[in-house]
Design a protein around this ligand. Structure first.
Ligand code: SF4
Length: 504
């Protein structure tokens, strides 16, 4: 029988060359050498120990530890501290510094501006190495939960009602106790009741204190009120395909040439339309006059298209009907995942549509239209505008529709709607930017360009969400979350740089 040497896994003292653990070609090696090239003076402003006090951990060491941890899907500062103590790669990268988790958490939380400076420097480096083509930028975002409670969200009026309800409940319990105790020698209140009254009173006091600190509701789009949140008032309630979350939308602008993220920012709003212009503005330094900006239907609005045209920015922004018009997506429903009844809050499919306007044949002189049953509908409006289109309206006579056999296919509510009315749209007198954009995106060139958007931006989010296990922001407040999102974008870009150098 063959005999093998036994493996001894017991701990021992070994001579380890820390530098040798950073294997050339690995992410850790690239990170180590890249961070050492950067100007990290932006981190210095926080420290006040020039003349007195203990030496602080070097920002370069902390930045390396955090970026390596994020690259491995480790986000918790306690887990990073453990890795810096136990994992030889982290020990090598941090020079066995063993930073405390509070130091790591504080570093990530307070360094948004310094991280932005590092992000910019890495972009400059990537630009010099030819990794940013600037021919096309693709914009997309991901909505992620953050360290905020969805249940502490509402308008000021709703919070006030919650406080009043808690106060009423506490008072009712107190009154009930006093009524029960009248004439009794037993005066001691049940500990559970006392604790509950205390909890309700404290909760009401906390809500009232919050209301005093935040005297106004958050303004939303078009004069609406945006829900506030008592744990993180800069986060937002966001609708996702997994239900409603409380968190932030991380937006990234990705260059098509090597999928480098040229701009990353986190926002406490679910309205992508209002993010388009600020995000494009933020990446002005990275794009040139011919850079094509692409974005999906979430970023589409006539106002955005007008603003882009006014600024001379070449953009290809899809509208929400783009896929319906594209015959390549005719069978897309086959590939969609089944609805999850536990999470899917989207509406049920609509009932089959009734006869659309194109089933009605309009006479050449526009005086009448013929319906699918062959009946004549008379014109009852010529110079109408519907959704910005010129339209002609027709109405069937009651005698035609009452006993029509096609009635159930023609009117939405056959029991209550007496006759069918139809509006036939004619081309817009004034061609809007939306109309122009539709024509452009439906052209062969537009489809080819827009198709590249998927291949540009989706793998980046796949890398961050799946490989880096980014499934939530762990911080509270827009500035902190923005810094964390930029750190993840930095990890992605440094990986690009490392892989490029490996190939070169
Ligand atoms: S319901 Fe009226 S308009 Fe519709 S097909 Fe019948 S007759 Fe024509």
């Amino acid at each position: 029988m063959a005999r093998y040497k036994t493996m001894d896994m017991s701990p021992r003292l070994l001579p380890v060359d820390l530098e040798a653990q950073l294997v050339p070609g690995s992410f850790a090696h690239a990170l180590h050498h890249l961070v050492d090239q950067l100007d990290l003076s932006a981190f210095d402003a926080h420290y006040r120990n020039d003349a007195a006090g203990a030496s602080a951990h070097a920002p370069a060491m902390l930045l390396k530890a955090v970026l390596l941890a994020y690259a491995q899907g480790i986000v918790s500062s306690r887990a990073i501290e453990r890795a810096c103590r136990d994992n030889v790669l982290f020990i090598a990268l941090t020079g066995d510094s063993k930073p405390h988790f509070t130091t790591i958490a504080d570093f990530v939380s307070r360094s948004r501006d310094a991280i932005a400076s590092v992000f910019g420097q890495v972009l400059t480096l990537l630009g010099k190495e030819g990794l940013i083509g600037r021919a096309m930028f693709a914009i997309d975002g991901v909505k992620l939960p953050s360290n905020a409670s969805k249940h502490r969200s509402g308008t000021r009026a709703e919070f006030l009602a919650q406080a009043q309800k808690a106060e009423r409940a506490a008072k009712a319990m107190l009154d009930r106790h006093q009524a029960n105790d009248a004439g009794s020698t037993e005066l001691a209140m049940d500990a559970k009741v006392r604790a509950r009254i205390e909890r309700l009173t404290n909760e009401a006091a906390r809500i009232r204190a919050w209301l005093a600190e935040n005297p106004n509701d958050r303004p939303g789009a078009h004069g609406a009120i945006r829900k506030s949140n008592r744990t993180d008032n800069e986060s937002a309630k966001l609708a996702t395909d997994k239900g409603v979350i409380q968190g932030y939308c991380g937006v990234a602008v990705v260059d098509a040439s090597h999928q480098v993220i040229v701009e990353a920012s986190a926002h406490g709003t679910g309205s992508e339309q209002e993010l388009l212009l600020p995000v494009i503005e933020a990446c002005t330094a990275q794009r040139n006059d011919t850079t094509l900006i692409t974005a999906d239907a979430g970023y589409h609005s006539e106002a955005n298209l007008v603003a882009l045209a006014d600024r001379g920015i070449d953009a290809l922004i899809a509208d929400n009907q783009m896929r319906r018009r594209d015959e390549r997506f005719a069978e897309q429903d086959k590939h969609t995942t089944k609805r999850d009844p536990l999470h899917d809050k989207s509406r049920l499919p609509k009932k089959p549509a009734v006869f659309s306007a194109d089933r009605f044949v309009v006479a050449a002189d526009l005086s009448h239209a013929i319906c699918p049953a062959g009946k004549t509908l008379h014109r009852n409006g010529r110079n109408c505008t519907i959704g910005g289109y010129d339209a002609i309206k027709f109405r069937a006579p009651a005698s035609a529709c009452t006993d029509c056999q096609l009635r159930t296919q023609c009117v939405r509510k056959p029991d209550t709607t007496p006759v069918r009315k139809v509006a036939v749209l004619t081309r817009k007198a004034i061609v809007t930017h939306t109309q122009r954009m539709r024509e452009r995106i439906d052209s062969d060139e537009g489809r080819a360009q827009y198709g590249r958007r998927f291949a540009t931006v989706e793998p980046v989010f796949g890398n961050l969400r799946h490989n880096k296990q980014l499934n939530r922001f762990t911080l509270r407040g827009q500035a902190k979350v923005d810094g964390q999102w930029k750190l993840f974008a930095l990890v992605h870009n440094i990986e690009k740089w490392a892989n490029h150098r490996k190939v070169a």
